[in-house]
Design a protein around this ligand. Structure first.
Ligand code: CP
Length: 336
């Protein structure tokens, strides 16, 4: 069986998802249809039981050796809804890597017991190394990147796009919308990954607001410059809030590069406040991958434009649909 080694697909179906750039627009929109159907099925007892028979006997391992709340729990819940059982490794310090076992030997061991391995890892590239190891050794298992260092977070991008897709469904879709990206654009993998997916849409424009130390990295800026014709940049959020269709906030990611100091005044210049959201359009939306710090005060959770808790919920459905696509029970769900 020949896997497309470039795209890590088999007959157009993802075998592994290690980079956001693997997600085409038709594939993402197909995953959204599966997610919509699954969340419809779950509303009835027979529907939920039908969903739970989808992947009975399949096993998922959550190999999360970098902190996570949402990604970990949403994958665990998604697998459970599909009838999969799950196991977890959340620290290398209590695995045999502490006895000198290589990460790839550990991975090969995981593959003996599990059909799907979801990886949250502090460095870029490890998920892809694992996926290619499986392909090279004809190990018919699946890998999903659940967040890799500062580099990529494909399933966060998928759930963010799903949130935008649902939000703008009756308003012409994502095409032509203006998206304001705010915060730590230098080290925020969620922003990098979302930009990749926004390039799939026609006429989207992005605006960028960050402290000067935390501007978008050159590689993703080059991709953006080719895809978007009118990128605007500022250090002050007020410059672009008034015409944003969606405002995507992010926190300062101080777990990386602790030598980069960002003064509180710089953070204050981009954080949302009740006064600042007052200048936003009534039908705009406020998003955040979470966790947040003080860039969105809790009082704004009651603002009708806030969507970050919906994103958390959408994440489980998008991840469930991705698993269904990769493990081949998507047709069954759509037929449900
Ligand atoms: N947004 C996100 O990836 O959250 P966690 O780090 O809690 O998984």
């Amino acid at each position: 069986v020949a896997i497309d080694r470039e795209n890590l697909t088999y007959r157009g179906r993802l075998v592994h998802l290690v980079h956001t750039r693997q997600l085409t627009r038709p594939l993402a929109e197909d995953i959204f249809d599966i997610a919509d159907m699954a969340r419809h099925l779950i509303t009835s007892r027979p529907g939920a039981a039908y969903l739970k028979e989808s992947l009975v006997g399949k096993q998922a391992l959550l190999y999360f050796v970098q902190p996570s709340t949402r990604t970990f729990l949403s994958f665990q819940a998604a697998a459970s809804h599909l009838g999969m059982s799950t196991a977890e490794v959340r620290s290398r310090e209590i695995s045999s890597e502490m006895k000198g076992e290589s990460a790839l030997d550990s991975l090969r061991t995981f593959a003996m017991y599990h059909d799907l391995i979801i990886i949250r890892y502090p460095e870029a590239g490890f998920s892809e190394e694992c996926a290619r190891f499986f392909v090279d050794h004809d190990l018919r298992r699946h890998v999903i990147n659940g967040g890799s260092g500062k580099d990529d977070h494909p399933t966060q991008a998928l759930l963010d796009l799903y949130t935008l897709h649902r939000e703008f469904y009756s308003r012409g879709g994502i095409d032509g919308k203006r998206i304001l990206l705010v915060g730590d654009l230098a080290r925020g993998r969620a922003v990098r990954s979302l930009i990749h997916l926004l390039t799939r849409y026609e006429g989207v424009q992005i605006d960028l607001v960050s402290p000067p130390q935390l501007k978008l990295a050159e590689d993703i800026m080059n991709i953006s410059s080719k895809a978007f014709t009118d990128i605007r940049e500022s250090e002050k959020i007020e410059d672009f809030l008034h015409d944003a269709d969606a405002v995507y906030m992010t926190r300062v990611q101080s777990e990386y590069d602790p030598h980069i100091e960002v003064p509180e005044s710089a953070i204050d210049s981009y954080g949302l406040t009740p006064d600042r959201v007052g200048i936003m359009k009534a039908d705009s939306v406020i998003m955040h991958p979470l966790p947040r710090r003080n860039e969105i005060p809790a009082i704004l959770d009651r603002d009708p434009r806030s969507r970050y808790w919906e994103q958390v919920e959408n994440g489980m459905w998008a991840r469930l649909a991705l698993i269904a696509h990769m493990l081949g029970c998507d047709a069954r769900i759509k037929a449900g």
